[in-house]
Design a protein around this ligand. Sequence first.
Ligand SMILES: C=C(O[C@@H]1C=C(C(=O)O)C=C[C@H]1O)C(=O)O
Length: 357
Amino acid sequence: MTDKLKPLRDKIDAIDAQLLSLLNERAKVAQEVGHVKAETNAPVFRPEREAQVLRGVAERNPGPLAGTDVQTIFREIMSACRALEKRVTVAYLGPSGTFSEQAVYRQFGQAVDGLPCASIDEVFRATEAGTAEFGVVPVENSSEGAINRTLDLLLQTPLAISGEVAIAVHHSLMTKTGTMDGVTVICAHSQALAQCQVWLNDHYPQIERRAVASNAEAARLASQDASVAAIASEIAGGQYQLGVVHGHIQDDPHNRTRFAIVGKLQPGPSGNDRTSIVLAVPNKAGAVYQLLAPLAQHGVSMTRFESRPARTGTWEYYFYVDVEGHAQNPAVARALAELKSNAAFFKVLGSYPTSLY
Ligand SMILES: C=C(O[C@@H]1C=C(C(=O)O)C=C[C@H]1O)C(=O)O
């Protein structure tokens, strides 16, 4: 056994030596890029370029490594190279251990400084004030729909959406002891309680459910009190040394949350982009139908349509619309110009590379 392993491990050692030297060669070039950017005050993080690199490696990947695994590796290589230029600070809905934090690392890699915030409002404020260069906020969940607070804040903010990332949301029921003995209350964020309600009705209909500020907060409470069970990610549970009673308890096995990256940056086209807009129409018959007609006329696909009641009383609803393509794409630009001319309110929230996941 040892005789057979030794030459193979020697081979791996030799390949690792080459990888190490190539990685550092790459890092030095990234440092040079950093110097060029510093001269012109250009932004360090370029999501459109990173999206192109990640799509490129998956397309060219000969295997046997899976394309998504190759992307994860390159995401970290770019994150480390970027950090040599400058470390990026990213605000997110904390505390540590939330799905929002996972979204930060999925988008930026590990070489970032995360800034946990107490609320979605605070994520926007920290990013608007420049305390963080970017903020990561949840936009919609595949089971529960839109995150209304985020939609309302997107309407007002001067920030632009510069990226999106989708995270698989798997919930676990966890306690300090790893059993349900003596548990009198199940704590979680209201969204998580809603996403697990059928399962909870089946398994623990008698136990009180309590909504708390975040799933990570629920995990923290459970770590201090054996009568509290938490619904959270296993990552959050691990941070508080909780034992898993049941895993994957979300009602929809494909439960996902989509997050938006907000910041002052407006990325250029990456070749596979999405544009998010908000608009409102005067309250009259056929207005919504007419509003969207320019998209079809210019061959622009709509990928999302969401409405929110306008609370100003002036218009009935705000419509949040996502379309395929960058706002600099001529067909998209023409469609947007027409939408704008028909709308009582119109705002481009941003154009950004489509999520890889
Ligand atoms: C090196 C650059 O800066 C950053 C790092 C990148 C990388 O390591 O490939 C890509 C884009 C930027 O976020 C660049 O802009 O090319």
